[in-house]
Ligand binder design. Structure first.
Ligand code: N01
Length: 867
């Protein structure tokens, strides 16, 4: 079918859902002149705020932030009555916006979209509803919300119960009166925490059935402070703009202070302040590492537990209310009003169903394994099939009839959380893989809708009719979303963020956790790069700038951004002495790395004078340990025996071996082969003195990073050829292995990733004459025979100029029959794997190095029996 033959669709856009997202879509689409239909299953607008009418339902983001920003004139006709508005007030606000901007006329209520199928020939969607509508549209936008499909009850016997049954997520419109009634509440997430104190004000008896306790902080709700209002009103545009560029969608600086960099007293005060302020985003931003460092998180969690113990009178109830089996904030924390204190009321009781599981609902109440309860009403506050549930509930079929539900059977794959490959012209507002539920939804919704409108405008202006993400872009984004989660503690909890609350749902972290600011930058970058990762087609032909928008590990990118913002001079622009001082200065601000058992500084005899070394002993039981001789990085020019201190500590602890970081003479004062001679001397001295150093004679491995990785490789070959010492393993971290700088990585990664090709050249020039650069004592890759070398682990980094040299060396070792583990550190730079406690994504790589070293030692301790 040609463009001109294609049937004209009934409308340009079908929108599913009339919550906050649906209403803003109507506002933008209608003003831009698009023809649209908007279907809403409820009989009125409001989405979440239509359905969740349970007692105590409130927003948990300050109301002043949880509202549209598109109407700068709003203050003339709307004022929030409280810091955290109640559900009826929020619903009134949404109705007010709809009326003010005449949005209602586009809405079709009481109509559920059942099916949406992509007709590839006609390039349009066919949308069917439960009321018999059959509408064709060029685009479908799912504005179905993240928490709109209630979870099944999963409790036997509910149909037998003769009393009243309520779901917080489907609360009746008529008032529910619990006065004098015996009420059960099942579930202690945000809905339970908000409703329990209010229900307890009326009911004769309340029994709360708790499976997992929650962390909750007091909302300290009340009037909006006039000062804050005045400050906000004076500069609303700046305020909103700060929210858009913030980590969570509320104006706030991202904390960069690590927990343990300040005193215990200061930390206690900071935690108290967060408790007093009563804002969720503020609470999880107390310190930079609360969501990534288990020890930091544990301390903060203990602060919460102490608060619970202080509020709740009965010690057993207090213990049951204290969460202990997941890190704080890895399940959505709650904001409450008198939640914990409610358990001090004589008619309120907590049943810990982990200890006393519910067996069934009976005609008259609930049976646990050891008690029968009688109730007049049961309230289910058991949550939602979150983030994906409302999207996959619609039978969405893309190209070739592919069902979205099937495509996402192992977890959602999206590009930017906005689109998904195989489903052209389909947009998801706050879909999986976007900040959504981890952010202020109002800000995220506006950003998504604005992006979609810009996209539609672009298609129209350029004569394109269809847009679809590529597999490459989607795979890259899905990987990035998962990388972001992996450097946090989020995956440690069985949360609805992980899909863990719904039996059978794949365990995948659903939202994007790097922040609204980083996310927005990605979306903007995609557009700036001609819709990077999208295929656009239509009258204007077909255009595709394929690619991945985020390839660096998120924490590595953050470090690089920070460095770039500092606008530092390059080392190669400095005299050597200044470069060394600069290098030391940069090293001084690193986190120290883990504690080791003991550190001893000493000297050893080099080829021409004493060389410094630092010995790290593991913090384990006394007794001899294997030894790793470590050679530092710094390109033969900068660095010394202590310049890789955090890495050496980490290596020592992880491998349970003594690490001896040995210095060597540096260029340009001492050019090639001085460093090699010293490295060789150091290994010999350590081997000769292993016992005195606390080592196990014979269990000696070498390790090095950068130039040191090259030296470690060279030493292994020299030791083989010179009859010793016996080295049983080599761990080479982004090693320098060749001298001609000819491989592609020197061009691909020439600049922007820390180590630059220009700096490599500067270092080489200081160290070695061009004529010598094929000497295998500088370029181990140039050795004619690599057979018989000790087993190796070679780590290369994706964004490193010397990457391809390292890859080539790993391949050459394998080809020579040397057992070699080759680790390609995805998304890492030359240095990032060494950044202990800074680039958390490097930790698994260092764990693999340590594991390999342990295996080298274990294999030597218990040699394979001869066959
Ligand atoms: O749902 P939840 P929610 N037997 O999933 C328990 C937002 N929200 O409606 O943790 C017994 O958090 C379940 O136990 P477990 C907010 O983002 C915001 O409360 O799975 N118990 C849990 O305790 C929030 O996070 C506000 O072990 C069962 C509870 O039920 C999200 O919506 C207000 C069970 C469910 O908690 C969802 O909150 C309300 C079973 N079979 C909601 N199944 C604001 O303040 C589940 N549970 C704006």
């Amino acid at each position: 079918m040609t463009e001109t033959d294609r049937p004209e669709p009934d409308v340009d856009v079908v929108v599913v859902g009339a919550g906050i997202a649906g209403l803003y879509l109507i506002y933008r689409l209608s003003r831009a002149g698009y023809r649209l239909r908007v279907f809403e299953a409820a009989d009125d607008l409001g989405g979440t705020w239509y359905w969740n009418r349970y007692p105590g339902a409130r927003v948990d983001v300050p109301s002043i932030d949880y509202m549209y920003s598109f109407d700068p004139d709003w203050q003339r006709d709307w004022q929030w009555s409280e810091k955290y508005a109640r559900q009826p007030e929020i619903l009134r606000y949404l109705n007010h916006v709809a009326d003010k901007h005449d949005l209602r006329r586009h809405l079709t209520f009481s109509t559920r979209v059942r099916q949406a199928g992509w007709d590839d020939d006609a390039s349009l969607w066919r949308v069917r509803t439960d009321r018999g509508d059959d509408v064709t549209a060029r685009f479908v936008v799912m504005a179905t919300g993240c928490l709109s499909v209630p979870k099944q009850t999963e409790i036997d016997g509910l149909e037998r119960f003769t009393g009243e049954v309520y779901f917080t997520s489907r609360w009746p419109h008529d008032p529910v009166d619990f006065t004098g009634k015996r009420v059960a509440v099942i579930g202690t997430g945000s809905s339970g925490v908000q409703s329990i104190p209010i229900i307890a004000q009326e009911a004769r008896q309340v029994v709360v059935f708790q499976r997992t306790p929650t962390f909750s902080i007091p909302a300290h709700n009340g009037q909006l402070s006039p000062e804050r209002l005045a400050q906000f009103a004076a500069n609303e545009a700046d305020y909103r703009s700060a929210a858009r560029m913030s980590p969570g969608g509320i104006p706030m600086e991202r904390s960069i202070t690590p927990t343990f960099s300040v005193t215990e007293t200061e930390r206690e005060q900071r935690y108290e302040r967060a408790w007093e302020i009563g804002e969720l985003f503020e609470a999880i931003n107390v310190y930079a590492d609360v969501m990534s460092n288990p020890a930091a998180n544990h301390e903060f969690a203990e602060f919460f537990r102490n608060k619970i113990r202080a509020i709740v009178d009965d010690p057993q109830t207090a213990t049951d209310l204290c969460p202990t089996d997941y890190p704080v904030a890895t399940k959505r924390p709650c904001l409450d009003t008198n939640y914990y204190a409610t358990y001090n009321l004589p008619h309120v009781r907590l049943v810990n169903i982990r200890k006393h599981p519910i067996r069934q609902v009976t005609e008259t109440g609930i049976d646990t394994t050891d008690e029968s309860f009688t109730f007049d009403a049961i309230v289910f506050a058991t949550g939602f099939d979150a983030v994906t549930g409302a999207i996959t509930e619609v039978d969405i079929r893309g190209r070739n009839g592919l069902a979205l539900k099937d495509k996402w059977a192992n977890g959602p794959q999206t590009y930017l959380g906005l689109t998904t490959a195989g489903f052209p012209n389909l947009f998801l507002i706050t879909g999986p893989g976007s900040p959504s539920v981890l952010s202020n939804m109002a800000v995220s919704i506006e950003q998504h809708v604005d992006w979609v409108l810009d996209c539609l405008g672009h298609l129209c202006a350029r004569g394109f009719a269809v847009i679809e993400p590529t597999e490459t872009a989607e795979t890259g984004w899905t990987q990035h979303v998962s990388d972001c989660a992996d450097i946090t503690l989020f995956p440690a909890a069985n949360s609805w963020y992980m899909g863990a609350n719904v039996p059978g749902k794949p365990r995948v972290f659903l939202p994007y956790c790097a922040g609204v600011d980083f996310y927005r930058a990605s979306c903007d970058e995609v557009v700036a790069h001609d819709y990077l990762g999208f295929t656009l087609s239509g009258r204007g032909g077909t255009e595709c700038n394929d690619g991945v928008v985020r390839r660096l590990q998120p924490d590595v990118e953050m470090v690089l951004n920070r460095m770039a913002a500092m606008n530092l001079p390059t080392m190669e622009s400095m005299p050597v002495e200044d470069a060394r001082a600069f290098y030391n200065q940069m090293s001084a601000v690193r986190p120290p790395g883990p504690d080791v058992g003991e550190i001893v500084d000493g000297t050893l005899p080099g080829t021409s004078g004493a060389l410094a070394y630092r010995l790290y002993r593991p913090p384990t039981t006394p007794g001899p340990r294997p030894i790793i001789v470590y050679f530092h990085g710094g390109g033969w020019v900068v660095g010394d025996a202590i310049s890789d201190d955090p890495l050496c500590r980490d290596l020592c602890v992880r491998s349970d071996a003594i690490v001896i970081s040995a210095d060597y003479r540096h260029a340009p004062e001492h050019r090639f082969p001085a460093a090699v001679d010293d490295a060789m001397a150091a290994v010999r001295w350590v081997a000769d003195n292993a016992e005195a150093l606390g080592g196990i004679p014979g269990l000696l491995a070498v390790c090095g990073w950068n130039a040191g990785g090259g030296l470690a490789a060279v030493v292994c070959r020299l030791a083989r050829d010179m009859g010793g010492p016996n080295i049983i393993g080599q761990a080479l971290l982004t090693p320098s292995t060749d001298g001609d700088m000819a491989r592609a990585s020197f061009t691909d990664n020439a600049d922007g990733y820390g180590l630059t090709t220009a700096l490599v050249r500067w270092l080489y020039d200081h160290y070695i004459d061009i004529a010598d650069r094929r000497d295998p004592r500088f370029a181990p890759l140039r050795a004619t025979d690599l057979s018989g070398l000790p087993p190796a682990i070679v780590v290369t980094a994706e964004f490193d100029p010397v990457r391809d040299d390292g890859d080539a060396y790993a391949i050459a070792l394998e080809a020579a029959g040397v057992p070699t583990e080759h680790v390609r550190a995805r998304g890492h730079t030359h240095k990032s794997v060494t950044m202990v406690d800074v680039a958390i994504s490097g930790a698994p790589v260092r764990a693999r190095i340590a594991k390999a070293l342990r295996q080298f030692f274990a294999a030597t301790r218990t040699p394979e029996p001869a066959s």
